[in-house]
Design a protein around this ligand. Structure first.
Ligand code: S3P
Length: 428
């Protein structure tokens, strides 16, 4: 456990930050580069704990991956060139590694066992196991394969036509990656569009994949071709500094080269609708992903209702949005976000606990919460629940708290943002 005591600041934040690379895109770059023929260079890779689990897993399956700071050089083994790992693969806290790897491994001629930390062991895996079993996957594990540890005996897969019952990019991606090795076409239909980084990257690596609205079809691929990937800054990490600038009077920050993929920018749309002064500059597309600079200044905000189709576009930003909402005038309602209950921790309960402890008025609901603004935060002792986004939310709250904020354990922050406190120091 590493506790931190954050003293009240009360001065505006200002300056420029380059947030680290996008977590979702970093994971996918290692997966596809490992399956490709040839050498891939990945720049601005997120070397947080979660993405390093993905790197280690492929190294254990015989892929040569060299890392120098945030640049990876990956010698792809080809689509069927992975080696059976001698030991169980450890995925730590990483839900994305677990769910995507289950799909990727299901159709390869290998036996693998996967496990993770106590949080990952509680997260539902049946959401990916069900469609994969329909494709012919042989998977077993705790509670009939609902939870890790799981074992996979790679087998011949058949394409399926799958209508997604959940709004989950991880499930979509697992089925797509399995579709790479399946006989015939695999078609996935989403009711609500989720992040499409897997589709974008599969296209870049030469897979036969077609997207039509909310439907994506992939066909069995013999070869993926190595393609260099530049990872944009992670909007989910940028969100913490967007919040800092919005809630500390007199602040202004520039966040450089942040990923602006439409499926991820729900937070910007909601904040603008609440009255936030946010501008986007220098837009460009690199490696099939849009990125640009976000310029954000302190703003008077009003509460809003967040629900429906926008939820997957901001699911990971809800904790920090909740903190922002404590500083908005009126009530903010978050609904249709029951998925928060099965993230790294139950994020509805955790946000309620931390923000209430610090002085906010929150009413948790089954699928979200009501946040009553404008609240004075007095400070206090926050429990992070070993969840990186809860710990960072509490750290940003300390910028406006009357008294000190003590966070019980900040070690989880290195899962997605190892340089978070250095960046925070830079702008104070
Ligand atoms: C992710 C998808 C989302 C998100 C997670 C990363 C991904 O999860 O919350 O942090 O990289 O595909 P779900 O698919 O469970 O919604």
């Amino acid at each position: 456990m590493s506790e931190v005591i954050l003293k009240p600041v009360k001065t505006p934040v200002s300056g420029e930050i380059h947030v680290p690379g996008d977590k979702s895109i970093s994971h996918r770059s290692v997966m596809l580069a490992s399956l490709a023929e040839g050498e891939t260079t990945v720049t601005n890779f997120l070397d947080g704990e979660d993405c390093m689990r993905t790197v280690q897993a492929f190294q254990e399956m015989g892929v040569e991956i060299k890392k120098q700071n945030t640049t990876l050089t990956i010698q792809g083994n080809g689509i069927a060139g992975l080696k059976e790992p001698e030991n169980p693969l450890y995925f730590g806290n990483s839900g994305t590694t677990a769910r995507l790897m289950i799909g990727l491994l299901a159709g390869l001629p290998l036996f693998t066992t996967i496990y993770g930390d106590s949080s990952l062991s509680k997260r539902p895996m049946d959401r990916v196991i069900k469609p994969l079993r329909q494709m012919g996957a042989v998977i077993d594990g705790r509670e009939k394969g609902s939870y890790i540890p799981l074992s996979l005996r790679g087998s011949k897969l058949q394409g399926i036509d799958y209508v997604m019952p959940l709004k989950s990019a991880q499930v979509k991606s697992a089925v797509l990656l399995a579709g790479l090795h399946a006989e015939g076409a695999t078609k996935i239909t989403e009711r609500t569009k989720t992040r499409d980084h897997t589709e974008n990257m599969l296209k870049a690596f030469g897979a036969s994949i077609k997207t039509e609205g909310k439907q994506v079809t992939i066909t069995n691929e013999k070869t993926l071709v190595a393609t260099d990937v530049h990872v944009p800054g992670d909007i989910s990490s940028a969100a913490f500094f967007i919040a800092a600038a919005l809630i500390v009077p007199g602040s202004k920050l520039t966040l450089k080269n942040v990923g602006l993929n439409q499926t991820r920018t729900g937070i910007i749309d909601v904040l603008i609708s609440m009255g936030a002064n946010i501008q986007i500059r220098n837009k460009q597309t690199i490696s099939g992903e849009l990125l640009g600079d976000i310029i954000v200044s302190y703003s008077k905000l009003t509460g809003t209702t967040i629900g429906g189709e926008i939820i997957p576009r901001l699911i990971d930003e809800i904790p920090i949005l909740a903190l922002i909402a404590t500083q908005a005038e009126g009530t903010t309602i978050i609904k249709d976000a029951k998925e928060l209950r099965v993230k790294e921790t139950d994020r509805i309960a955790a946000v309620d606990d931390v923000l209430s402890t610090l002085g906010a008025t929150i009413e948790p609901t089954e699928d979200g919460m009501k946040i009553h603004g404008e609240a004075k935060l007095h400070g206090g002792k926050a429990t992070s629940y070993h969840d990186h986004r809860i710990a960072m939310m509490a750290a940003i709250a300390s910028l406006i708290a009357e008294d000190e904020v003590v966070i019980d354990d900040i070690s989880s922050i290195s899962i997605s943002y190892p340089s978070f406190f250095e960046d925070l120091k830079k702008i104070k």
